[in-house]
Design a protein around this ligand. Structure first.
Ligand SMILES: CCCCCCCCCCCCCC(=O)SCCNC(=O)CCNC(=O)[C@H](O)C(C)(C)COP(=O)(O)OP(=O)(O)OC[C@H]1O[C@@H](n2cnc3c(N)ncnc32)[C@H](O)[C@@H]1OP(=O)(O)O
Length: 262
């Protein structure tokens, strides 16, 4: 049991790239949590360092779900290529340097253990997956890639909604739209402010999203106030001519201890 505890702590350390220790009364968790996104926070409220280690605690190479796969439509690939090209800019005399945009890698597992300081059951440990990345069939659920622009404090997600996300006939379920909005706004908030949790999400659905279509999910920082990060979000058609959904989100910065019942 004790060994399992140490493995958990070691695993978390590998995920976060920071040190964990076990105290007399259980696990002492000092740093903040990271789950896949490299936080390089300029926030005055966080002290987290940029991650330098793989977010994957297992020996095999994880699949990066933000990379193109066979299910991506031509439109999805075109938009991916468009934003990916902005991640590098050409310099005079040849060569390239980093551009203002960055593609955020995305994995289907976060950590193997859950809240309350207790380990999950073995079944859950083995099977727990990030909600949006847990459908094995490519193209069936959420196909998306997030690009962030730190200077402009915003990000854009290219999202293709698969057949399992149907709500009204032939259109995307409102809960699935809320999910992708939560993911994109949450990613932006954590990218800018470090680990956060969604405190409030307010959504206005303006026009239905056809199933299988590709839309853009834009999210921008509105303001920060202490531990609170306020963001806005718009879901538009790929060419920007149609507004599908608008949202605002409030994210509250947390210490990893919050997730572990500390
Ligand atoms: C972990 C993240 C991983 C990210 C990985 C990226 C990839 C995945 C991305 C996926 C992303 C998916 C993400 C998800 O799905 S996260 C899952 C969904 N969210 C939750 O389960 C959160 C549940 N709630 C809580 O845990 C706590 O309530 C939190 C942590 C939010 C605050 O509890 P805490 O005890 O810490 O703080 P506090 O209560 O002192 O409040 C602090 C301040 O905030 C203000 N306030 C609080 N709530 C509200 C509210 N509803 N409206 C307006 N204001 C509110 C409050 O007045 C105060 O303001 P002020 O008095 O200081 O001015």
């Amino acid at each position: 049991m004790l060994r399992r505890g140490f493995q958990l702590v070691k695993g978390l350390g590998q995920i976060t790239g920071q040190k964990f220790s076990t105290g007399r009364n259980g696990i002492t968790i000092r740093p903040l949590l990271s789950t896949g996104t490299q936080w390089d926070t300029g926030s005055p409220f966080q002290t987290i360092r940029p991650l330098t280690m793989s977010p994957w605690p297992f020996s095999t190479q994880p699949r990066d779900y933000s990379l193109p796969n066979a299910s991506w439509s031509e439109e999805m690939k075109r938009l991916y290529d468009h934003y990916n090209a902005l991640c590098e800019v050409e310099v005079e005399g040849g060569g390239k340097r980093k551009g203002p945009w960055r593609r955020l890698p995305s994995y289907n597992r976060t950590i193997k253990y859950a809240t309350g300081g207790r380990c999950l059951s073995k079944v859950l440990q083995a099977k727990a997956r990030l909600f949006t990345r847990n459908i094995e069939e490519q193209g069936a659920g959420f196909e998306y890639v997030v690009f962030s622009n730190k200077q402009e404090k915003r990000c854009v997600c290219v999202f293709q909604a698969g057949h399992l996300l149907e709500g009204p006939p032939g259109h995307v379920h409102g809960g699935a739209i809320a999910t992708i909005i939560d993911s994109v706004t949450g990613t932006l908030a954590s990218y800018l402010s470090g680990p956060v949790m969604t405190a409030n999400l307010s959504i206005n659905y303006r026009s239905p999203i056809p199933l299988g279509s590709v839309v853009l999910v834009h999210s921008s920082l509105e303001r920060t106030e202490g531990r609170k990060t306020f963001v806005t979000c718009q879901v538009t058609s790929a060419d920007g001519s149609k507004l599908h959904t608008e949202a605002t989100g409030l994210f509250v910065s947390i210490n990893v201890g919050h997730l572990f019942g500390a």
